[in-house]
Design a protein around this ligand. Structure first.
Ligand code: TYD
Ligand code: MG
Length: 456
């Protein structure tokens, strides 16, 4: 009898090893190696009946390659369209990851229902037809071109696909699928990899877009192998706080668009509602007179977002100061604190500093630096910042106020939302016609000058 070949796979990142090892050399996780049976190279499960292309490829000069303008399917959901880079590209493989209960199934079912007249097959390995029907009823849309299949065996799924010939395939979730070609359990590295590989061949050969739902481990990465992220065209994370109703779609990889786009939704009683003007929800309706709050004019992708930054600065107990921030880079916070201490003369060394970006967002745009610095000093000095002021500038190590990109977009958004002053860098004023804007533009070159103007 032929010996069954096995190998060990890291369940975290998918690295293969001939023998068991305690610590993964690739991702440094401990105790993640599990033995799985290796597969032999067999025929792929998905084969297009007629067109098995046997011809070898030849090199072609690049100017002779015909460019097909990509056909994109409109999802009728502006947020998802934007995140995908303008709709669904045919033959693309999209992975949507997120924690349990965040709303992945709801989002894709809702999209499938909205795509009326496009034949969609929704394969569920997690819920029964009844449960899906109940959810569809709750969402409230009607569609006569959506088909539900509750199946986890990939071979049977492909049989049904051949009969139905859907225009879009949704798989909920990739971790529940299995193929008999691999002996490992569903959800294991080799199963996930094999099934995703087969689905990728199907997507490319049949030019059918495939959406895969993937679970996320408690560490926040996609469960199963990192390899899945390499295989697919687009990786979308669906994130949000379980206790808040806002949900954010964020691309971490996109072969057909930018990765800096955000989609924002609110989970309501009948599904996910698109939030087309997020600045309104990100800025709380606060009363005047609270210190430690400032508004930063940030840009996520092409989209200007005004966000509220909240700081609390208080004397550290027992002389050991704590710094904690949510939604902002901790190292950047420390840098800003050092700049405030050194260039502004503020005594922050023995203070606890807590920083929070409202709405559960995570912001990497350096243009909110100035707003962060202002909110910290506002809390330290207990001087509130006007509700009508906002900030868009980076702060340098010398305490200088630096220019940021696309300042005009930020100014226009601030103006639209009724702000009366925007503090920017002096270097950003070149090319700006200040008189064109109703909002008062306040250019500065140094952080201490901004602070002494605001906090008298
Ligand atoms: P679900 O899509 O099942 O999450 P996932 O597939 O990511 O695990 O989302 C489930 C949650 O969403 C559940 O806690 C209930 C809530 N929900 C609503 O608040 N409103 C709705 O209309 C629906 C369908 C779900
Ligand atoms: Mg689900």
């Amino acid at each position: 009898m032929a010996k069954i070949k096995t190998a060990f796979f890291c369940q975290n990142c998918g690295v293969q090893s001939a023998k068991w090892i305690g610590k993964c050399p690739s991702c440094n996780e401990w105790n993640t190696f599990v033995e799985e049976v290796l597969t032999t190279a067999e025929d792929p499960l998905w084969k297009e009946e007629k067109s098995i292309n046997k011809t070898r490829s030849k090199p072609i000069p690049i100017d002779e390659i015909e460019m097909n303008i990509e056909q994109r399917i409109d999802t009728h959901d502006q947020e998802l369209n934007r995140v995908l880079g303008g709709g669904i590209v045919s033959g693309s493989l999209v992975l949507i990851g997120g924690e349990p209960g965040i709303g992945k199934s709801t989002l894709l079912l809702q999209i499938a229902l909205q795509l009326n007249k496009v034949k969609v097959l929704y394969v569920s390995g997690e819920e029964s037809e009844q449960q899906i029907k109940m959810r569809a009823h709750r969402i409230g849309h009607q569609s006569n071109s959506l088909f539900i299949l509750t199946e986890t065996n990939l071979n049977s799924i492909f049989e049904q696909i051949k009969l139905l010939k859907p225009s879009i395939l949704i798989v909920d979730s990739i971790q529940t699928l299995f193929t008999e070609k691999v002996e490992a359990a569903p959800g294991s590295v080799s199963q996930v990899r094999q099934c995703a590989g087969e689905l990728m061949k199907y997507a490319k050969n049949a030019s059918t877009p495939v959406f895969l739902i993937g679970h996320i481990t408690k560490e926040g990465s996609l469960a199963g192998p990192k390899i899945l992220e390499h295989m697919v065209d687009t990786v979308i994370q669906f994130e949000g706080d379980q206790h808040l109703s806002y949900r954010i779609l964020r691309t971490t990889k996109n072969r057909f668009g930018s990765t800096s786009e955000l989609g924002i939704y609110e989970m309501v009683h009948n599904g996910l509602r698109q939030v087309s003007n997020p600045s309104e929800i990100l800025i709380s309706q606060r009363e005047d007179g609270f210190s430690g709050i400032s508004i930063g004019a940030s840009l996520e992708g092409n989209r200007p977002l005004l966000i509220e930054i909240q700081s609390l600065v208080s004397t550290a107990a027992y002389g050991t100061s704590q710094r904690s921030c949510t939604g902002f880079d901790a190292k950047r916070l420390n840098m800003l604190l050092a700049v405030l201490e050194k260039r502004g003369g503020y005594r922050l060394g023995l203070m606890d500093v807590f920083l929070n970006i409202a709405g559960g967002l995570r912001i990497e745009d350096p243009a909110i630096d100035l707003a962060v610095a202002v909110s910290i000093i506002s809390s330290l000095e207990e001087v509130p910042i006007s509700k009508k002021a906002c900030f868009a500038a980076e702060v340098g190590l010398g305490g200088e106020i630096r220019a940021v990109n696309r300042i005009e977009n930020r100014i226009i958004e601030a103006e639209k939302l009724g702000f009366e002053q925007i503090y920017i860098s002096e270097y950003n004023t070149k090319g700006l016609t200040l008189s064109r804007h109703k909002i008062e533009i306040k250019p500065y070159s140094r952080l201490d000058l901004v602070l002494s103007d605001l906090i008298k």
